[in-house]
Each structure stands twice: as structure tokens, then as C-alpha cells.
Design a protein around this ligand. Sequence first.
Ligand SMILES: Cc1ncc(COP(=O)(O)O)c(C=O)c1O
Length: 348
Amino acid sequence: MLPRAVMEQAQAEFLDWHGTGISIMEMSHRSPEFQSIIDQSIADLRVLLNINSDYEILFLQGGATSQFATVPLNLAGPNGHACYLHTGHWSGLALADAQRHCAVRVAASSEATRFSTIPPRADWRVDAGASYFYYTANETIGGVEFHFIPEVSGPPLVSDMTSNFLSRPLDVSRFGIVFAGAQKNFGPAGLVLVIMRKDLVGRAGPTVPRLYDYATYAGHNSLYNTPATFSWYLAALTFAWIRQQGGVEAMEANAIRRSERLYHAIDDSGFYSNPVPASFRSRMNVPFTLADPALDPAFRRAAREAGLEALAGHRSVGGMRASLYNGMPDAGVAALIDFMQEFARRHG
Ligand SMILES: Cc1ncc(COP(=O)(O)O)c(C=O)c1O
């Protein structure tokens, strides 16, 4: 869900943005009006995460998946090598893509636990000479979240934060690159945000396509070509909304409260289960299974009839998944829990 207040504001401004007589969708991305949206979005993001001037903030297209190639192309290249933590679907796709562009060493994998854990730090093989160390801060499908920032002395830390960005405070200064697709926590699809240490810009080799070279974006304030203007505008509204709500600290308090309620309901039910140990459980994505998988279609059907959408687990794992992104109100979680309890009573 996106915050309702953000969507209502977008709706109110849809045909006539701030008295200009035109819609954001009709506006030049190089107009002073759109530039004011860009400037405000960057200023708000800097405040939200306390991002200092050592970091570039870039707005790109191609989804979070585009970064699976862009990161190795920029930081490693054909003669470099990188370390990856393999903790689930998204880190698996990222490392497979990186293998096309550089040598990849898997520092540790949680495959033996069917990606329901994070391997203990003592078991990681961190190569101090690697071009970067990569991990996925929240595995959206497995529902596994890092509640700590990995300590890796040496290589710059790179993290895919697509599904938990802005849901908690973040010490950006610990990272080389943080990236996130917008469509979970701060807007609609079409935009990917990259926060990167300035000294890492400009390392791509001469054969890297311009649109995969961070220097292209950094050198043109993310306006080398036409950006996803409407998505950017909604991201800007969302950043402002998060500030009004009390910032990422408020988002974190919401996420803890909502996810704990749901995990308790699952654990206490004797009917639903979640395979992830408590210390690795995601606050954003709560996967769960029913006591009898044959009931899955009936559960999904009844949930939709009750007004509860998008509960099917990812096609690769099945089961159910509740996503509790920033825009989800407490009432949404309460409605889900009521529904789950009633369904278990009828079918348990
Ligand atoms: C953690 C993570 N990384 C990457 C992606 C891929 O994002 P996109 O579809 O924007 O390329 C997703 C999508 O769900 C995701 O959850």
C-alpha cells in the first residue's frame, strides 16, 4: 500500500499542479517546476536519513534489478571480484547477474536452512581485497531481514534495500552504495534510488553503456535522459509524508508494532506458521503457510472477498505473504488478523 494521504494529494493535483494549469505528467522534466520537486525530494531524503554531502543521491530507471548489473559494472569490472551473501531469492539473482560481469565469491549462504536464516557472522569469508561486499537487507520473498549492518572491514558495503528502505533509521555512512526500487516503501514502480559514496562514482570501464554508468547520472543531476517524472513526484510526496509522520523513527515504530501483532497471531494460532527464527524475521514481509496447503485457494478467495488483497506468496514459494510497507495502516493488520482467526476457526 501507498499512504492514502499521498494518493489523495496526487489526485487533487493531478490535472493542475500548483496552479500551473498542467499535470506533472505533462510537464517538462527540465522545467523550473519539476526541478523544485527534484530539489525538495533530495532535501527531504537527506534529512530523513541524515545523508551528508559525501554521498550522491541518484534517481534511475530499470527497477532494482538494473542495479544487479550496474553495481558490478561500476565497482568491479571484468578483472575485479566481489563478495556476496546469499540469503534468498533476490541476493541469488543479484549474484547470478554479477557473475556475468566479474568474479563472484559467495561469502556465506543460508541455502541449507532453505533461506530462512542469516548465516552467523563467524562463518562469512570476507575477502578484504574484494571490490565490494553485497547483501540484501530484506529478502522480500523469504521474509528474512537484517536487523544489523554487517561489519566487513575493507570492501565497500553495497546493499539492496528495496523492500525495507525508509522503514527504519539507517547509518548511510557505513555504506558504499544503498539502492532501492521505489515500489515498496516510497512510490510506484518505475524508479530506483541509489545513494552512493562520491568516491565510488566514475569507476566504470569505457565499454559500460552510459545508462549503466553512475557517472552519467551524477554528472547530470539524474537528468541525462528523461527520468520517470510521475514516479519521482510521488516519491517526493512520500518523503514529505514520512517527515510529517515523524520520520523513519516513526516508520520503524509502526513496522515493529504491526509485524509483532501479526507474528504473534501466527505463532499463537496452531494453524498458521512462519519458518523464520524470531531474530531474522522481516518487519515488512510476513510469509506464512496454512496447516493444510489444500486450503490455500479457499483462503485467498475468502481473503479477497473480505477486501484483503495481494496475500498470495511469491510464485516461487507459494503459501501466503503479508507485506506491511510504510503505507499500511494498523487497521489493515487488524483486519487481516481477524480474518485469519475466523478462517482458522472455520477450517482448523
Ligand atoms: C529485495 C528486492 N530486490 C529487487 C527487486 C526487483 O525489483 P524490480 O522489479 O524493481 O526490478 C525486488 C522486487 O520485489 C526486491 O524485493
